[in-house]
Design a protein around this ligand. Structure first.
Ligand SMILES: [Mn+2]
Length: 451
């Protein structure tokens, strides 16, 4: 029985891949680029993770297999893109499913030429004469390129003393600007993640465990076809929310406590990164509500300031100032605004940045500064906006009624020519959140609780 290759790309995906390759080739100039797939998972004790392709490799090839290599060579007279993959073999397919193989890869993935991986070391030296520089990844963790070093050193670039560049720098600059396919994937990832956050809100009640909420959240994402999480889910009840990367998710959440959830899933290799905070009882206390509304105000006004030309540092300053003013007004901080901003006293409550690039990776690639100068936002960039307030338990000089409250609200934003698009449709206002919490019917809820 001949099994068909399981890799099938949509028309939209193939079109996007062709455009990215065209742009990448144009930036290579006279150079040649070599890019390997991610290392396969292996180990005698068995794998604890599923294979995920290297994001840079996926971005340019659409090929989800390990043991593959892509070469881009704009000055070659006969072709510009080449892919090396393993030949199909029955034994590997028995264990791991259908492979693309050298027969189908060119048409399925849209490459000019496809070769068996075993021919790479023979082909590469032949092609180097068509280039005067090489783009590759010489970092020590790239074992593959260590093996390749003698091949490269023994061969000759067209120009003696040709230069070597980091291939990833070039790809990361391209990845910073999202194309239509990527925007659609990020929108979908956000729709799925938002529905999951809302399911978690509906499920939550006083006494629930963080891991039970995590189960509902992640079932909701996987249940509609998301292939994997973008990062480990943070489900933090009460003061656990004051630990920024808490993810043991093992405590129960009591009446009167907030639950902070920071969780996102992938769609077509693009991840959402969404945070919501809500009271498990369905009613904020006065203190919780005051801090929640403050964080939300800082978030909304930061998002409203996003447009081409704005800078992330300006947005950080804006959010910091709003949070500082609010904390003073509420009496959480007892100092003047000037003093707070000068001594950065508000950073004790908001110790992280306002946001980061988002895309195939949750903290996505792309430089924030160029030649040590901060770059302004441009249309096509995607970032998170996630202000927070965390009042650590036992914090000196702060009334006990504020202590142990941790709140973050995070949406994913695309910079557009006219301003921005918010990808995250999840409920957000205090009243909308309150009316959603605890509304899951018992029959549905009991399933997740094993009843
Ligand atoms: Mn984030």
């Amino acid at each position: 029985m001949k099994t068909e290759s399981r890799t099938q790309l949509s028309e939209a995906n193939l079109k996007a891949l062709r455009e990215r390759r065209r742009e990448f080739l144009s930036r290579l100039g006279q150079g040649i680029a070599v890019l390997p797939s991610a290392k396969p998972n292996s180990g005698p004790a068995g794998d604890r993770t599923i294979f995920r392709q290297d994001s840079d490799f996926m971005y340019l090839t659409g090929c989800p297999e390990p043991h593959a290599l892509a070469v881009f060579i704009p000055q070659h007279p006969d072709f510009q893109t080449a892919l090396f993959v393993r030949e199909r073999d029955a034994f590997t397919e028995l264990w791991n499913g259908a492979m693309i193989g050298t027969q189908d890869a060119a048409s399925v993935l849209g490459f000019d030429r496809v070769f068996p991986l075993s021919e790479f070391e023979k082909k590469l030296p032949e092609w180097l004469v068509h280039a005067d520089s090489i783009y590759w990844d010489a970092s020590p963790e790239q074992e593959f390129f260590e093996q390749l070093r003698p091949v490269l050193q023994g061969s000759r670039l067209r120009r003696n003393g040709g230069e070597i560049f980091n291939v990833r720098d070039l790809i990361h600059e391209l990845r910073l600007f999202k194309d239509e396919f990527e925007i659609a994937a990020l929108r979908k990832a956000n729709a799925v993640a938002s529905a999951a956050h809302e399911a978690a809100m509906r499920f939550a009640r006083p006494g629930v465990s963080e891991y039970q909420v995590q189960a509902v959240l992640e079932a909701s994402m996987r249940g509609v076809g998301s292939s994997q999480l973008g990062y480990p889910s943070i489900v933090a009840g009460g003061a656990n929310a004051c630990c920024l990367h808490y993810n043991t998710n093992s405590c129960s959440v009591s009446e009167g406590e907030l639950l902070l959830i920071d969780a996102g899933c992938e769609w077509n290799y693009y991840t959402a990164d969404v945070t919501r905070t809500f009271p498990v009882s369905g009613r904020f206390s006065a203190e919780q509500r005051a801090l929640y509304d403050l964080v939300l105000d800082a978030q909304r006004r930061s998002i409203a300031a996003i447009r081409p030309g704005a800078k992330l540092s300006e947005l950080n300053d804006l959010a910091g100032r709003i949070l500082a003013q609010g904390l003073i007004q509420l009496g959480v901080i007892r100092a003047s605004l000037d003093e707070v901003l000068e001594k950065k006293l508000h950073k004790e409550f908001f110790p992280h940045g306002l946001g980061h690039w988002l895309g195939m990776d949750v903290h996505d690639v792309g430089r924030y500064r160029i030649k040590n100068v901060e770059r302004p936002l441009e249309a096509g960039m995607c970032l998170t906006v996630e202000p927070g307030i965390y009042v650590q338990p036992g914090m000196q000089g702060v009334d006990a009624r504020w202590q142990g409250i941790g709140i973050r609200i995070e949406d994913n934003i695309l910079v557009t020519a006219g301003g921005s698009e918010n990808f995250t449709p999840c409920v957000k206002s205090a009243t909308d959140v309150e009316s959603m919490v605890g509304t899951m019917p018992d029959t549905v809820r009991d399933f997740f609780l094993g009843r």
